[in-house]
Write a protein that binds this ligand. Structure first.
Ligand code: SAM
Length: 285
């Protein structure tokens, strides 16, 4: 095993030794800066009691950093070509388990249960092409993860952390805020990867708090969010009126909107999570 996997020299040596070509279609941009791997592990606050699930270990640069402090790391990699390579790299490290599979088709809660893990942390340098579906399915699955720490495209990180009032604020920001307390921990320039991607990345930590509304209000809450951001230039009133599931007339809707403490011409991008929760509750009455 090379001294540090997440370096230019080690990634070059491993790809040459195993005659391995990264695939763009699998979002394969391997970390070549060990300080970034350490930053992700530090942001995840891994302790010797922690079990960690890693999505997409690649050549193991982040896996190595995670396994330095964790009790156990389960790394799920879709690329069959990498499995024997990873098993060889981590042969002497009993804390690391490598399994092959597509994370979007796997039940993370079941993976934890099979290993007797009551809770776990998730960490990943996420492949760009599945960032949003992976995050949404992890958040919605309610499996007992305590913290999700991911490196994603900077633009997605900005959307995840956005607060009301800006162009980055939208359905993704609200979904993240609904399930978690979200922090942007670090910006990572594109030259920290091989092959070099076209955009910079950022590390985001989601501390899972559990849903912030009553279960009964949840479906309507997300219907309102989708309606409000489906056509974000329109007022909330017009967005809601266009939806077939709204069985209220214009005046009644306007009264509900004002009853939430909003101006009649408010747009979705000005409404906080608490505002949407209030709206869903009033629409139900
Ligand atoms: N963790 C490594 C690193 O930081 O150097 C590699 C990160 S690379 C951005 C993304 C990794 O996710 C690749 O190894 C890729 O093969 C893997 N991957 C892509 N789609 C996946 C999926 N659906 N399920 C699991 N792994 C996936």
């Amino acid at each position: 095993m090379p001294a540090r996997i997440a370096t230019h020299a080690a990634v070059a040596e491993l790809t040459r030794r195993y005659n391995y070509q990264p695939r763009k279609s699998l979002g394969q941009n391997f970390l070549t800066d060990p300080r970034v791997a350490e930053k992700i592990a530090a942001a995840a606050r891994i302790t010797p009691d922690d079990c960690v699930i890693e999505i997409g270990p690649g050549l193991g640069g982040l896996t190595e950093a995670l396994s330095e402090n964790a009790a156990a790391v389960l790394a799920v990699e879709v690329d069959k070509r990498l499995i024997d390579i990873l098993k060889e790299i981590f042969a002497g490290n009993s804390r690391v388990e490598i399994i092959q599979g597509d994370i979007l088709k796997m039940d993370v809660g079941a993976l934890m249960l099979e290993r007797g893990w009551r809770t776990a942390k998730l960490a990943a340098n996420l492949p760009y092409y599945i960032t949003t579906p992976v995050l949404m399915s992890l958040l919605e699955s309610r499996c007992p993860l305590s913290v999700i720490t991911v490196m994603v495209q900077k633009e997605v990180a900005t959307r995840l952390c956005a607060k009301p009032g800006g162009k980055d604020y939208g359905a993704l920001s609200l979904a993240a805020a609904y399930y978690a307390d979200v922090t942007l921990t670090a910006i990572v320039p594109r030259n920290c990867f091989y092959p070099r991607p076209h955009v910079d990345s950022a590390v985001v930590t989601l501390e899972l708090t559990g849903p912030k509304a009553e279960p009964d209000d949840e479906e309507l809450l997300f219907k309102c969010v989708r309606a409000a951001f489906g056509q974000r230039r329109k007022t909330l009133l017009n967005c809601l009126r266009a939806r077939e599931w709204i069985n209220k007339g214009r005046e009644e809707l306007l009264n509900i909107i004002k009853g939430c403490g909003f101006d009649g011409d408010i747009r979705g991008e000005a409404i906080s999570l608490e505002g949407f929760i209030r709206l869903a509750r009033k629409l139900k009455d």
